[in-house]
Unconditional design. Structure first.
Length: 388
């Protein structure tokens, strides 16, 4: 687009891409660690029956601080690297959550069972790492100066206006079917989230870019477009959270994470290509390799989330050592992993316990199974038989 300034491909462009990529990876890792810490805080309180509220524990506040720091790093990363490069890096949080979840559960597996249980997760992690390398290497390298004037020119340009018009029509149709026709399908809800998310990433990059330029000395906060973008960013984030909350009440969180990652990343890449013209100066080979990396990440995230167990709330349960007849009561949720009771309420009694040696019972003599009266037992009278 005429009048819009770009930086040429060179050392500065690759440096900015590297800074943005590292910030996004660092931020996603911190957020994953923070979520695991906060989950550990909730589980510990539930297991120990601690009367304190969760916000009075140090671990929960530590997780909150890491969350804020991680989201801040993600926010700043948009000011340095293109949208198409930052959006797929959310796969890093999926890998980190998978590894931290395995460490957090402290599950003990035999080698064959471990390989059978986690082979898809390992394959998914490999595909995701390979895809991350591909799209980070072959991603767009041209950078637009995120001044208020450039952003206004992009907002009033016909490609973005046409894109917004199509988004509004699609969003209204999906919202109509979701609210009026009761189309509570996961794809419908997450398409609403992805459409809002494409606007969110555009506004986040604009706000972050203008803030960074203001810190560097070129003041951008006195332009109305900054506040318009900021309001749009907050509004779309709030509505995204609302739709995601509704989805979590209807569907499994692993399925939501997979579908939401694929849809949101795809719409973010399209938004970056239309609004910020990120692929205008890229050749076909780089674009194909970039798309191959994204597809590899999509497949990897699918395999990771497909193999993830659904977590159940902890309930006290009893294990019985059949050889010694000694029951053990487990009422601390953080000390042991609750066995799977397959939907039947049986106080969580273990069916298979590898630590118990089954006792061998003698086979009864069928010849002695005939009913014989005991010599000490009194015979039944006719009145007793009538009462029975």
């Amino acid at each position: 687009m005429a009048g819009v300034e770009y930086t040429a491909v060179g050392g500065d462009s690759y440096t900015e891409n590297l800074i943005g990529t590292l910030l996004a990876i660092f931020g996603n890792l911190l957020v994953s660690i923070a979520v695991s810490i906060q989950k550990y805080s909730h589980v510990t309180l539930a297991g120990t029956k601690d009367p304190r509220a969760f916000y009075r524990t140090k671990t929960w506040w530590c997780g909150l601080a890491l969350t804020v720091l991680g989201e801040a790093a993600n926010f700043v990363s948009y000011a340095f690297a293109p949208l198409s490069l930052i959006a797929p890096l959310n796969a890093v949080s999926v890998i980190a959550s998978s590894i931290l979840g395995f460490i957090f559960l402290r599950e003990k597996w035999k080698p064959k069972e471990f390989l059978k249980r986690y082979v898809l997760s390992f394959l998914g992690c490999i595909l995701t790492v390979a895809g991350t390398y591909l799209f980070a290497t072959f991603g767009p390298n041209y950078h637009q100066k995120l001044t208020a004037e450039n952003i206004v020119k992009q907002v009033v340009g016909w490609p973005f206006l046409l894109y917004v018009l199509l988004e509004i029509i699609t969003f209204c149709l999906l919202l109509y079917f979701y609210k009026q026709r009761n189309a509570n399908y996961l794809v419908v809800i997450l398409l609403l989230v992805a459409l809002l998310g494409s606007v969110t990433v555009i506004t986040v990059k604009a706000v972050a870019g203008m803030l960074v330029l203001s810190v560097q000395g070129t003041m951008q906060l006195n332009y109305p477009i900054f506040y318009v973008m900021f309001v749009c960013m907050v509004a779309t984030v709030v509505f995204q959270a609302t739709f995601l909350s509704q989805a979590t009440h209807l569907y499994n969180s692993s399925m939501i994470a997979c579908v939401n990652y694929i849809l949101s990343t795809s719409f973010a890449i399209v938004a970056g290509a239309i609004f910020y013209l990120e692929f205008n100066h890229e050749d076909i080979l780089h674009i194909c390799m970039f798309l191959l990396g994204c597809f590899s990440c999509f497949l990897g995230v699918f395999l990771i989330t497909k193999n993830r167990k659904r977590l159940k709330a902890f309930e006290p349960y009893v294990t019985m050592d059949m050889s010694q007849g000694i029951p053990t009561i487990h009422d601390k949720g953080w000390r042991a992993v609750q066995p799977d009771y397959n939907g039947s309420f049986s106080y969580g009694a273990l069916v298979n316990n590898d630590s118990v040696v089954p006792a061998t019972l003698p086979e009864p003599d069928h010849d002695q199974l005939a009913v014989t009266p005991s010599p000490t037992a009194a015979p039944y009278s006719s009145a007793d038989l009538k009462n029975d």
